[in-house]
Design a binder for this molecule. Structure first.
Ligand SMILES: C[S@@+](CC[C@H](N)C(=O)[O-])C[C@H]1O[C@@H](n2cnc3c(N)ncnc32)[C@H](O)[C@@H]1O
Length: 280
């Protein structure tokens, strides 16, 4: 019977759909050929993982937006799945790396390969625009995007010492004001997420999804449930919170660190939250 139901969201069959609804998500993709360029960005995501998310939340040829595109994990994932994509990124260094990937690599049978070693292959589509996503989102028409799949910076800046010590990546740059990774405290971070979330909601097509990857934090002796806090803010602006997948990337999982052993409980946070919201 499931085969007779028209699929309104993606191109998966019923079994593939069901498989992806598991709230636990463990991946271990080997590094792809573009990794040597992308690894300069301390928080890039594997294109294959982004491709799996995109495959669930879109159909072929639909348009995916990533407002915090980095070196293009989402855009590359979209290319793997034959989706169109658009990325916004504040830091020109990351934009340049994505353009270098487009220049030096092609897609051959859903694998990125160096252009100089191939006689044929598809161009990597996906447009990256440099700038502040809040401003750039305002230029997009209402109800024009099929899915927003993104991974904002979520290291909260408690001053240079705390920031460097407590977070696993440092995105300090000269764009102090616009850079979400430079938010001076949690409240500022959440209010910026709220403003950007409103624009994302405006450009998303009704019935479609915003997927946000957010890691929780442990700062100043306390667990900071960033995923939960961001979900609350996005609910306030009218998104329906549909669920979370707890993602563990085994390919990059670090050794557990002996924080306060035999003294107090301190977690080793090895997962990230893949938060799923719908514009109803
Ligand atoms: C966690 S990284 C995204 C990594 C990306 N998923 C990838 O695979 O490369 C978040 C990115 O957001 C960018 N960023 C921060 N504030 C921004 C803003 N206001 N507009 C656009 N990009 C921003 C940062 O420069 C950073 O590269």
């Amino acid at each position: 019977m499931a085969g007779k139901i028209k699929n309104r969201l993606n191109d998966l069959d019923g079994r593939e759909w069901l498989y992806w609804t598991d709230t636990l998500y463990i991946t271990s993709y080997p590094l792809d050929a573009t990794h040597s360029l992308r690894k300069q960005h301390g928080a890039m995501k594997p294109p294959e993982v982004m491709a799996e998310i995109i495959r669930f939340f879109t159909k072929k040829n639909e348009l995916v937006l990533d407002p915090f595109a980095g070196v293009g994990g989402t855009l590359l994932g979209a290319a793997l799945e034959g989706r169109r994509s658009l990325g916004f990124e504040l830091n020109p260094k990351w934009v340049d790396i994505y353009h270098a990937i487009q220049r030096d690599y092609v897609l051959v049978d859903k694998v990125f390969r160096r252009r100089d070693l191939e006689t044929k292959g598809e161009e990597i589509s996906g447009e990256m625009i440099e700038g502040d996503c809040l401003k750039l989102l305002k230029d997009l028409p209402q109800d024009s995007i099929h899915a927003v799949i993104t991974d904002p910076p979520y290291g909260i800046n408690h001053g240079a010492k705390g920031f460097n010590k407590e977070t696993n990546f440092n995105m300090q740059s000269k764009w102090q004001e616009d850079d979400l990774g430079q938010a001076p405290n949690l409240n500022v971070f959440l209010s910026r997420i709220k403003n950007i979330g409103k624009e994302i909601k405006r450009v998303l097509l009704p019935g479609r999804y915003l997927v946000m990857i957010i890691g929780d934090r442990y700062q100043n002796g306390e667990y900071v449930p960033m995923g939960f806090l961001v979900s609350e803010v996005l609910r306030e602006i009218g998104f329906k919170f549909k669920g979370v997948k707890i993602w563990s990337n085994k390919a990059t999982r670090r050794r557990l660190k002996p924080y306060a052993v035999k003294s107090v409980f301190v977690p080793n946070i090895t997962h990230q939250n893949i938060l799923i919201f719908r514009k109803e």
